[in-house]
Design a protein around this ligand. Structure first.
Ligand code: 8YV
Length: 330
């Protein structure tokens, strides 16, 4: 970092367009290079940025693998991710290279849980099927049996991953009078379970076979990659619906599409996909799925909060403090 001038301003390179107020504040605080055109940076551009900057601000669309990290220059000290998930960053390689990593947890919890609920309602109530028919001018009026779906009240919801977002989903599900079940690496403290009226399953397969709805809310790690593989999803009852607002790679997307196609699973609500922005073509043909373009945290409030966290993490680090949202290898 340059020591010249009154106060050293870290060189910060941002890989994508961020909300305007965040970019403005970054320009005030740091020697920042913004990406106003918002075109994703390829691997050569990312390597060049790692070589040049003190701080890189990537997003989920940047693959910060070991090769990119190996291109880091002497000054590179911090990868301040804009987003909570860090599966696109080789955290171990970065840590070994002496580069700190931060993320933006907490500020997108409620919005992601809201979107999960929106999908949890949209699929069984067939909202998008109705919308499509209406917009196509194909609605001929009310009939007693048109577009009958299923209620969620009284149904069992199995949440995979009971972190911040999983718990926020559980609170909402409870308010909708659903029975909350969950699978997590560790069981929650009794008072949290009591408050959510949540039932713990140490064995995921055991839980899956009993649920009406399943919501994926865990991070993507080596352990959770294809956690929902074909064999596991076959444990579900045929009327079950899967919701995923976490990461596409947690589900074997092809297997899911095949099971949905033959009616072995009743429906799915997906906000994330294995090879974004590519979507398995089969999913696009199915009426029993709702597909959204990774918009769980897409509110002005959440994205601004994420940007503020990035600013705070960079400033804390630059001032020699421990950044509040440090991520360590698992
Ligand atoms: C973000 C997300 O929009 O924060 C996350 O982990 O999944 C999204 O809500 C995205 O990751 C931004 O990088």
């Amino acid at each position: 970092m340059s020591q010249t001038g009154k106060k050293s301003r870290p060189k910060v390179i941002v890989t994508r367009k961020l909300p305007d107020p965040i970019e403005t504040r970054m320009a005030e605080l740091f020697d920042v290079r913004l990406n106003l055109r918002d075109t994703p940076m390829d691997s050569a551009a990312l390597k060049a940025a790692m070589a040049e900057a003190d701080v890189l601000v990537p997003t989920v669309t940047d693959d910060i693998n070991a090769e990119i990290i190996a291109a880091a220059g002497e000054n590179m000290k911090l990868i301040a991710n804009f987003g909570a998930g860090v599966n696109h960053i080789d955290v171990k390689a970065a840590t070994e290279a002496g580069i700190a990593i931060t993320n933006t947890p907490g500020v997108l919890t409620e919005d992601t849980a809201d979107l999960t609920m929106a999908l949890l309602l949209s699929v069984p109530r067939r909202l998008f099927e109705g919308e499509k028919i209406l917009r196509a001018g194909e609605w001929s009026g009310w009939t007693p049996t048109f577009l009958m779906g299923h209620r969620i009240q009284g149904k069992r919801l199995g949440i995979i991953g009971m972190g911040r977002i999983g718990r926020a989903v559980a609170r909402r599900a409870k308010a909708f009078n659903m029975a909350v079940h969950y699978h997590n690496r560790s069981q929650l403290p009794a008072e949290v379970e009591d408050e959510l009226e949540a039932t713990y399953w140490a064995d995921l397969d055991q839980m899956l076979s009993r649920m009406d709805f399943v919501s994926v809310n865990c991070p993507l790690t080596e352990d959770t990659h294809h956690l929902l593989n074909k064999e596991r999803m076959k444990k579900l009852q045929p009327h079950a619906v899967i919701i995923n607002t976490a990461r596409g790679e947690i589900i074997d997307e092809k297997a899911l599409a095949d099971l949905l196609e033959v009616g072995r699973i009743a429906g799915a609500g997906l906000d994330v996909f294995e090879a974004e922005p590519e979507i398995n073509p089969k999913l696009l043909e199915l009426d029993n799925v709702v597909l959204l373009p990774h918009m769980g945290s897409a509110t002005v409030e959440a994205r601004t909060g994420m940007g503020e966290k990035v600013l705070i993490n960079i400033q804390a680090y630059t001032d020699g403090h421990r950044p509040p949202d440090r991520v360590l290898p698992v």
